[in-house]
Design a protein around this ligand. Structure first.
Ligand code: FE
Length: 196
């Protein structure tokens, strides 16, 4: 396991947050960084890759001290999916392992939700985006019924603490704050076991 890749991402993302204005510009700048992180599957700590038979899990990997961004590993057990939900901040979804089906929704004048286009299948290395400016409501599902899938998400805030909504197809909104699945976060800073 190469924790250095995760640390390098956090350092680079922190530099970006200092250099680029928050919102869509930071999201665009973060895309290639996340693409690089999910290009290889050799760095995610095992504790942040564990699935649960009942619910998908969301492990905080890092939260910027100024809460300008957070990095989370989502672990989907076989057949698991999110409810339809929004984010209220930008979000990038990079698939690390397995595959996912992402379905977008838009609120119609009647108030109900309608699917936007076809569902997209995301394979390892692919990066998808959601944001209030480009469409913020979606549902994500494990594409597999017989194996775990994992995606790495970057958000433009401390996503576990953001007040947001889950929806039914009639458009009825239920407020929620997701929190995180674990109190532990990876130790990025013990360099003693790294070569060079
Ligand atoms: Fe989402």
């Amino acid at each position: 396991m190469n924790i250095r890749k995760l640390r390098d991402f956090v350092v680079a993302m922190t530099r970006l947050a200092n250099a680029v204005s928050s919102g869509p510009p930071l999201m665009e700048a973060a895309k290639p960084l996340l693409g690089g992180l999910v290009a290889t599957d050799d760095w995610l700590p095992e504790g942040c890759a564990a699935h649960d038979d009942r619910y998908y899990r969301q492990y905080l990997l890092h939260c910027d001290p100024l809460e300008r961004f957070s990095l989370v590993s989502f672990v989907w057990g076989p057949g698991q999916k999110t409810p339809i939900h929004d984010h209220r901040v930008w979000g990038l979804i990079g698939v690390l392992r397995g595959a996912e089906i992402a379905t977008r929704y838009m609120r119609q004048p009647t108030g109900s939700l309608a699917k936007v286009g076809e569902s997209a299948r995301l394979e390892p290395g692919d990066v998808d985006a959601v944001a209030p400016e480009i469409g913020d409501i979606h549902q994500v599902a494990n594409a597999y019924r017989d194996r775990v899938s994992i995606s790495i998400h970057v958000y433009g805030g401390n996503i576990g603490a953001v007040s947001r909504g889950v929806y039914d197809l009639q458009g009825k909104e239920k407020p929620f704050i997701s929190g995180y699945s674990s109190d532990d976060i990876p130790n990025l800073w013990d360099r003693s076991r790294e070569a060079g």
